[in-house]
Design a protein around this ligand. Structure first.
Ligand SMILES: NC(=O)CCC(=O)C(=O)O
Length: 283
């Protein structure tokens, strides 16, 4: 149980929601049959194009038709499925929400993006998710027979403390459905994943939509899986595809024993504290 296969589905999401979902389900089958994956993840906003103009139009309740399809796929293939994210409508608000399903199809966790993507790089990339979305305020972890896995969404990866909280709570893999863009993607996407993996000595996976040059928001692609030594185990190019890698928890233990930073840290001088209900402080 110390090894398992993780697959990331770099889906090209278009304007047709039911086609996006149908194709995601086909790719999930391929991740299981062709890659022997027992944990599978989809990208941010996989059932709709990514953009503030689309969130309300494509939003669904949870449970709803998209998450029902994910639940059925997880059950059919007996996998853990991190359902990327979808625009969620709840109590008159919109959220960017990820759902997680267990091998019996039960929704075992969900996560509303905590840090909304509001940036302004003049002349290059301006985006304001908070124009239409509200932030979540809880974390998302789930147990598998292999290890505990944490989930956050895209811009959340820039916040090192959040990943540290997950590591402190015992997560050995962090999965980030994401959609970096053509300005920040080439500079920061892989670097951030390697930084979070190295800081916390755990596996990091980030799963993007495939690039669509005609879309209003052009995703960078390059879904990747990084090990606790910060090696890149798998990396997609920009096209629609599945990438996968073996997660080896003995290797993780070896790295943690060789460089025992979690035992050497000076909690007497500095300390990560979490107020979120789902992450006990100082675990
Ligand atoms: N969807 C997102 O949160 C995009 C984040 C991003 O591109 C970044 O640079 O950060």
């Amino acid at each position: 149980m110390s090894k398992f296969k993780l697959a990331l589905i770099q889906l090209k999401a278009g304007l047709d929601k039911s086609d996006n979902v149908k194709r995601a389900i086909q790719f999930i089958k391929s991740a299981v049959v062709d890659h022997q994956a027992s944990v599978v993840a989809l990208p941010e906003c996989f059932n709709s194009p990514y953009g503030t103009q689309y969130f309300a139009k494509y939003a669904e309740t949870i449970p709803g038709p998209t998450t029902d399809a994910l639940s059925a796929a997880a059950k059919e293939h007996k996998i853990y499925l991190v359902g990327g994210s979808i625009p969620e409508t709840s109590d008159g608000k919109l959220y960017n929400t990820s759902t997680v399903f267990g091998p019996d199809g039960t929704m075992i966790s969900s996560f509303r993006k905590v840090h909304l993507f509001d940036i302004d790089i003049k002349g290059q990339m301006t985006f304001k998710e908070s124009d239409s979305l509200s932030p979540g305020s809880t974390f998302c972890m789930f147990d598998t027979e292999h290890c505990k896995i944490g989930v956050a969404i895209c811009y959340d990866i820039r916040f090192a403390e959040m990943a540290m909280c997950y590591a402190r709570a015992g997560c050995k893999v962090l999965i980030y459905p994401g959609a970096f863009n053509m300005t920040t993607g080439p500079k920061h996407w892989k670097l951030l994943q390697q930084a979070r993996a190295l800081d916390n000595q755990l596996y990091v996976a980030a799963v993007s939509p495939a690039r669509d040059e005609k879309a209003s928001y052009v995703a960078y692609g390059h879904s990747a899986i990084i090990n606790p030594w910060a090696d890149v185990l798998a990396e997609a190019d920009e096209t629609e595809q599945i990438v996968s890698a073996e997660i080896d928890l003995e290797f993780l233990d070896k790295v943690r024993n060789q460089i025992p930073i979690s035992k050497q840290k000076r909690d007497d001088l500095y300390k990560i504290e979490s107020l979120a209900k789902t992450i006990p402080a100082n675990q």
